[in-house]
Design a protein around this ligand. Structure first.
Ligand code: ADP
Length: 250
């Protein structure tokens, strides 16, 4: 379980997060929504200890991350950033890199077993010997997630994992994220720009606006008023099969 309590953060005296609090539970997908620049990526980097908050606390399973060493954070938090550079590794080698956090020098048989299971679970087994530059966007994104899973995290932070994917790959990816969250009992926090996909897959929603939590809760918070204020666009919300669909009201 992830608890963020009253976090504030500034870059060079410019405040970008103001008293952010939220709870995210295991086996649930929490969607972090908000327009560009609202502070979503910064918040993920604080949870992953890439950045240190000016004030406030982050708890993972009731433990304050200030008291967890950076290398131990990687055993609790799998972070999949927006931009990842391609290096000349195979899929297998990349996922194996996720195990480095547990070892100083040598990777064990257990590490390789975990990698094999992760490749199987994420549907990447047949790609394991491919180089990263021989993958489609969707396959590459899966590898990044598989590398994070090989760390055996309790929390998975995904920053826009479906950007640049075609519609089928977007749904394949979201179905995989759902399976990971439920079957591996992970606390997933995901930054998404597609509110309709968020509404279909997420259990909870946090909407950031200018570095503040503008709204949080279940699907009921996705009202036209909230979305209009957060994204500066007039919308209509329609309910179909218990899902809300947000359409521009032009
Ligand atoms: P989002 O993920 O919602 O698009 P970010 O967390 O990336 O928002 O950015 C929040 C604000 O912080 C933006 O105004 C952005 O320009 C600023 N920002 C992000 N990274 C840096 C940085 N390294 N140095 C200075 N300002 C930054």
């Amino acid at each position: 379980m992830l608890k963020i309590d009253n976090i504030s953060f500034s870059y060079n005296n410019k405040k970008v997060l103001k008293s952010i609090s939220l709870n995210a539970k295991n086996t649930e997908i929490t969607a972090l929504l908000g327009k560009n620049g609202s502070g979503k990526t910064t918040l993920l980097k604080i949870v992953n200890k890439f950045l240190k908050a000016d004030s406030g606390q982050v708890f993972i399973d009731n433990k304050d991350i200030n008291y967890i060493r950076r290398k131990d954070i990687a055993k609790l938090v799998g972070y999949c950033p927006q931009q990842t550079t391609h290096v000349m590794l195979t899929v297998y080698e990349t996922v194996l890199c996720g195990r480095i956090v547990y070892n100083k020098y040598f990777l064990s048989k257990k590490d390789r077993e975990i990698v094999d299971k992760t490749l199987e679970f994420t549907g990447l087994k047949d790609f394991s010997h491919r180089n990263l530059n021989q993958l489609s966007g969707g396959e590459f994104q899966k590898v990044i997630i598989a590398r994070a899973l090989a760390q055996k995290p309790k929390i998975l932070l995904l920053d826009e994992p479906i950007n640049n994917l075609d519609i089928k790959s977007q749904y394949d990816m979201m179905n995989l994220i759902l399976k990971i969250t439920k079957e591996l009992e992970i606390t997933t926090v995901i930054v998404l720009h597609d509110i309709n996909i968020a509404s279909k897959y997420a259990d909870r929603f946090i909407i950031l606006n200018n570095g503040c939590v503008m709204a949080s809760g279940n699907q009921d918070i996705l009202t036209s008023e909230v979305i209009e204020k957060a994204f500066n666009i007039k919308v209509e919300v329609k309910y179909i099969n218990n899902n809300s669909f947000i359409l521009p009201a032009t």
